[in-house]
Design a protein around this ligand. Structure first.
Ligand code: GLN
Ligand code: ZN
Length: 772
């Protein structure tokens, strides 16, 4: 490779690092503080030590331009809310009394004040706290947290680059505050917000920051001309400030599209772009706008959202092309490393052959450093790393784990007929009615019953070897027995076994499918102090043996009523795992679907008349750019249909979704061709029932009448009123009665009372129906 002048100074950097610490020290300290076992000073000391440890780790790896301000006690968007002084009125008193307690009150709520709403950070599994802004919002700068971090890094002899949520993204992520007009647009506050950013930037400059990074991931989404105009105005104004650090505007999670020319022209000093996956389109787009003359380009070539080793030679080729397009090209991960676990070295149970295919935050940092070195000093200086990388990639590509001929042959032979039920819905519905003999407004639940402390203890005991498989099995069977007898006694129509055996709806299946990998320490922040360990879709997927049939069959042996089989769908399995990057997602989805299809077949053969395949993640995995959505929905719905269409016409397929607005994917929901869908609806007063009706949804639906996110027991009248509302949209022949979601997070007492009321409400409303 030739070394052009721009490469001479290529430097490695990252935009953020996992916050939790090697042993989740942050979680322990924060939760300890909440319980009063850890003092505020001790919490602060732990946090400062974790920040220092991360910076030292980055510096030792060869990163000198370190991110600061990415650390957070809870959430970086909430930190931004504090930085701009946008504390909601209901929390102001608490924040004034004690900044730290007020901060946690905004995050978690108190006895009398609701927390900020939480929602997904773009299409990741991280959740942020939604800013609440209104026409009366008064911003005021508080740069203390950012300034403190800059000083801490300077004290270690490092070059701090404070990372801030950019003003446009901050406003676009906000929602109208309670009491604000519903059509209020937070972006209209831009001119009031910019002076606050100007003040913070001046403070950061004074503290010694040479650069500041403003993250604008919202600009990779489809944006209106007005929104792009706002971005132009924002960076025109901030760029024109005299008293400021140099500004790096960062984008990630996708391509910039029409926002690229806007930012390329802005009077800022650098842009950070994502060049992984679909965002690789940034490369041609950058050439098309004539590059970034006079600016620094930070190239995100190492995928910050996945856990696979980088293809270093491919990245070097990308970087080589970029050299001609900017004054200076630096190398980075595509986004903050917040979204990956810390260090593969902590994994002792993964076969070393496979472990070298994986890269967590620490390994990704090393990749970034290696790439920067190769770019500036020539590939000869990284020959050893390149050879090791080639060997790792070759081992992955040729492994029997990633290439199971039987799985591949089966996936290749799939025809469109395999993804279609043998009869159209109308005919199936009649057969199912005859088969099941259910009343109008049939009652059911979404699957899980309370996961009690005893169940969790039993699982822990099994893992620790304190009890054997047989004893564990007895515990689960006893629980199933109780769940069945409660449902019979209460008068539910379609029963479930209660999912007592499942730790988690994805992990349970991942542990039983070949090709899936579990990590021991692969924790990733989901929100606040909640961390998850997503399983890894590492190879070709197959199902060595039935996964759920035993439990469902046992439940069925205890009752004469229909028992519903319960599975997690292929799209959700992908959404809540780390996915393969060596084949299209559609191919992985199809393999998972075929494995699940066999489970569906076995459930049916075991006499299960109703089978539910949950897809709560269908909506949340929707691509950020609308141009990519049709392609996604095509393979996602096909995978669902492939899972479910091998059954007899009289076997009833249910699906379930929650957490989201479904309005914009009703057509895709229809395309799933499930016989019955249950949806979260109680809080929105059956909104989704009206959306389904407006679309002309022809199948059966159960909009939830019991909000399971709260311990509150809905009264009979309340559930009946919701049902009557549902009947305005969906006729009685097609309306089901069920809660919003599974009951695993609820206690038994409120579950019992709520389901008794739900059944009573169904009976009341049935009695009001005209006799046919
Ligand atoms: N069947 C699952 C349960 O009842 C569904 C969970 C979900 O939708 N998130 O727990
Ligand atoms: Zn749900």
């Amino acid at each position: 490779m030739t070394t052009k002048s721009a490469a001479a100074a290529a430097r490695p950097t990252v935009y953020g690092y996992p916050r939790q610490g090697g042993n989740r020290e942050l979680k322990k300290a924060v939760e300890g503080y909440w319980k009063g076992r850890v003092t505020a000073d001790a919490l602060r000391a732990t946090a400062a030590e974790l920040r220092r440890a991360n910076w030292r780790r980055l510096a030792e790896a060869g990163v000198h331009d370190v991110p600061t301000g990415d650390f957070s006690y809870y959430d970086h968007v909430l930190d931004t809310t504090v930085m701009v002084g946008a504390v909601p009125a209901r929390h102001r008193e608490a924040v004034a009394a004690d900044a730290l307690d007020g901060y946690f009150a905004m995050a978690r709520g108190t006895q009398d004040t609701a927390p900020l709403e939480m929602t997904k950070w773009f299409d990741t599994n991280y959740h942020y706290l939604v800013p609440e802004l209104g026409p009366d919002t008064v911003f005021a700068a508080d740069s203390s947290r950012q300034v403190e971090a800059v000083k801490e890094a300077l004290a270690l002899g490092l070059a701090p680059r404070p990372v801030l949520v950019g003003p446009v993204t901050y406003l676009l992520l906000a929602k109208p505050a309670p009491g604000a007009p519903a059509d209020f647009e937070p972006l209209s506050l831009l001119d009031r917000l910019l002076p606050v950013y100007a003040e913070v930037l001046a403070d950061l400059r004074a503290a010694g920051a040479g650069w500041a990074q403003l993250d604008e991931p919202a600009l990779v989404q489809d944006r209106t001309a007005a929104e792009l105009g706002a971005a132009e105005r924002a960076y025109g104004r901030l760029g024109a400030l005299e008293d400021r650090p140099r500004l790096l505007v960062a984008s990630y999670f996708d391509r910039l599209g029409e926002a690229l020319p806007v930012l390329a022209k802005a009077p800022v000093d650098g842009l950070a772009l994502d060049f992984t996956g679909a965002a690789a389109a940034n490369l041609d787009a950058l050439a098309a706008v004539g590059g970034l003359p006079g600016k620094r380009l930070v190239a995100g070539v190492v995928d910050g959202r996945n856990i696979w080793v980088n293809d270093l030679e491919k990245s070097l080729a990308t970087l080589g092309t970029l050299l001609g397009l900017a004054d200076r090209v630096d190398v980075a991960a595509s986004c903050s490393l917040l979204h990956v676990p810390l260090d593969t070295a902590a994994e002792r149970d993964i076969d070393p052959q496979i472990l070298r295919w994986l890269a967590f935050a620490r390994q990704k940092t090393a990749e970034v450093v290696t790439l920067a070195k190769g770019l500036s000093r020539g590939t000869g200086t990284i020959a050893g790393e390149l050879a090791a990388n080639r060997a790792a990639l070759a081992s992955r590509a040729s492994s029997p784990i990633t290439h199971d001929p039987a799985v591949r042959a089966r996936a290749a032979a799939v025809t469109s007929a395999d993804a279609r039920r043998s009869q159209p819905y109308g005919e199936r519905a009649a057969a199912q009615r005859a088969h099941l003999g259910l009343p109008l407004l049939p009652t059911t639940t979404i699957g899980s019953f309370p996961q009690t402390a005893e169940l969790r203890t039993a699982r822990a005991d099994l893992r620790a070897g304190r009890i054997g498989e047989a004893q564990y099995e007895e515990r689960i069977k006893a629980e199933i027995g109780e769940v069945i007898s409660f449902q019979e006694k209460t008068g539910l129509d379609v029963l479930v076994h209660g999912e007592a055996e499942r730790n988690d709806m994805v992990q349970y299946f991942a542990e039983r499918l070949t090709g899936y990998l579990a990590t021991q320490h692969g924790w990733v922040q989901s929100y606040g102090t909640r961390y998850v360990r997503p399983p890894v879709l590492a190879g070709d997927i197959s199902r060595p043996e039935p996964m759920t049939v035993r439990w469902t069959a046992y439940a069925r042996s205890l009752t004469d009523r229909p028992v519903k089989g319960m599975l997690t769908g292929p799209v959700t399995m992908l959404a809540w795992s780390f996915v393969r990057d060596d084949q299209p997602l559609a191919d992985t989805a199809r393999q998972v679907a075929l494995a699940l299809r066999d489970e569906v077949g076995d459930l049916e053969r075991a006499g299960t008349p109703v089978i539910q395949v949950d897809e709560p993640a269908l909506r949340e995995t929707l691509p950020l750019r609308s141009a990519d959505r049709a392609g996604y929905l095509a393979w996602a719905t096909e995978a669902f249909r492939l899972t479910t269409s091998g059954v007899r016409p009289d076997t009833q397929i249910h699906t379930h979704m929650c957490y989201a607005e479904f309005g914009d994917i009703v057509a895709a929901i229809d395309d799933l061709d499930a016989d019955v869908i249950s949806l979260e609806a109680a809080r929105s007063h059956m909104q989704v029932a009206r959306e389904l009706a407006a679309h002309g949804y022809p199948r059966e639906a159960g909009p939830g009448v019991y909000d399971i996110h709260s311990p509150r027991v809905p009264g009979v009248d309340e559930a009946a009123a919701l049902l009557r509302k549902g009947l305005e949209a969906i006729p009685a022949e097609r309306l089901w009665v069920n809660p919003d979601c599974g009951l695993k997070t609820r206690g038994w007492a409120e579950t019992r009372a709520s389901l008794e009321n739900l059944v009573a409400a169904a009976r009341t409303v049935r009695s009001e129906l005209p006799a046919s």
